[in-house]
Design a protein around this ligand. Structure first.
Ligand code: SF4
Length: 360
């Protein structure tokens, strides 16, 4: 059995869990190819005009899945206690059905961790029934999924790249599928934990924090290779590399809790970067039509202003052009560099002007 998993949206956060889960059930998971022009165009045709770019991309990736028996579109309601995912996640799979090729069955399951593990397992049992798997198979698969997800998240916390982590995951799955003699895959083998160069202050390179949803910061086609371009010129910190505990500690002081899980992570990490003297500037990557970012981006910008941190917002949509992005990026990095080298941390022009001059 081959299950199609679109390489968009929750792929960037939850794929390791589902890869481990289906691997344990002896089901092959086929992902769509990395985004390209045609995928984007197909997505634009099938998705609602008013929706955000990541959902349009998801619509395109669904159509790019070939030779699969099912398309897997989970409804991820909540990933931890007291939070929800964005309302647009809750509308999946129904809102994406127009993108599903005619006659292709959709496999779905509701993941709601707010209601606890027992409820999640109940939903997975129902999924297992559709796949002809027993309850004990599902229990084993669930543990395997959690194990892969944890290793993946630990690897991100240790500063691994998303691509590196996913490659490691795929290699492990391939090894264990090729030979039954190969012991259970050992993921993310012992490797020295990467050090951020700025930790030891050994380099003059700039250190820039790229803040935003994983499915925007890691989606190189949609973000016009922003991450790669940035890495050529600076050391980059990502929200996804910040440990959960640090995120939580930087949420304290908010007058009201943020109840969208991604937004919590973005604000907590953004707040940490704003106060971190080793970070020279913050770029907030958002997309047109994102409801949660319209609020969280403002909160992060206030924190950046409070700490006199250079700050820039990049808003993506399907019409974003490379030339405009490159120009803005270069101007921002020039400004940050100038400030670092020539002005120190305090503006020479007085607090008021400095406060207003930290955003491009
Ligand atoms: S959080 Fe924003 S970008 Fe993500 S799915 Fe919701 S509206 Fe779209």
């Amino acid at each position: 059995m081959r299950i199609g998993f679109p390489r968009a949206l929750y792929y960037f956060d939850h794929f390791p869990f589902w890869a481990g889960f289906f691997h344990s059930l002896d089901i092959e998971v086929v992902t769509s190819p990395p985004t390209h022009r045609q995928i984007m165009d197909q997505g634009l045709k099938k998705a609602n005009d008013e929706t955000c770019l990541p959902l349009k991309l998801l619509a395109g990736h669904i159509q790019a899945l070939k030779d699969v028996d099912w398309i897997f579109l989970p409804r991820i309601v909540s990933v931890e206690a007291n939070t929800y995912t964005c309302p647009k996640f809750l509308g999946i799979p129904e809102s994406l059905l127009p993108a599903v090729p005619q006659g292709m069955p959709v496999l779905t399951v509701t993941m709601n961790w707010r209601k606890g593990k027992r409820q999640v397992l109940k939903e997975l049992d129902f999924l297992g029934e559709q796949l002809g798997k027993s309850r004990s198979d599902i229990r084993k698969a669930f543990s395997k999924g959690l194990e892969w997800q944890k290793k993946y998240q630990d690897s991100m916390g240790a500063g691994w790249n998303f691509e590196e982590s996913i490659l490691e995951l795929k290699q492990a799955a391939k090894n264990s599928a090729e030979s039954t003699k190969v012991p259970a895959p050992i993921l993310w083998k012992e490797r020295p934990t990467p050090q951020f160069p700025g930790d030891a202050q050994t380099t003059d390179r700039l250190r820039i924090a790229l803040v935003g949803h994983s499915y925007l910061t890691q989606e190189s086609y949609a973000n016009l290779n922003l991450l790669k371009r940035l890495r050529e010129k600076a050391d980059v910190e990502l929200v996804q590399n910040v440990h959960h505990e640090e995120v939580e500690s930087h949420l304290l002081g908010l007058r009201k809790k943020i109840f969208w899980s991604h937004s919590k992570q973005i604000f907590g990490a953004g707040n940490k970067f704003a106060g971190d003297q080793r970070v020279d500037g913050i770029i907030y990557l958002t997309c047109f039509g994102c409801g949660t970012d319209s609020m969280v981006q403002e909160l992060v910008s206030r924190k950046a202003r409070e700490h006199h941190k250079p700050y820039m917002v990049v808003t993506l949509d399907e019409h974003s052009g490379e030339a405009g992005l490159v120009t803005r990026l270069e101007a921002f990095l020039d400004m940050v560099e100038r400030r670092k080298v020539h002005e120190g941390y305090v503006s020479a022009y007085g607090e008021r002007l400095d406060r207003d001059s930290n955003a491009l």
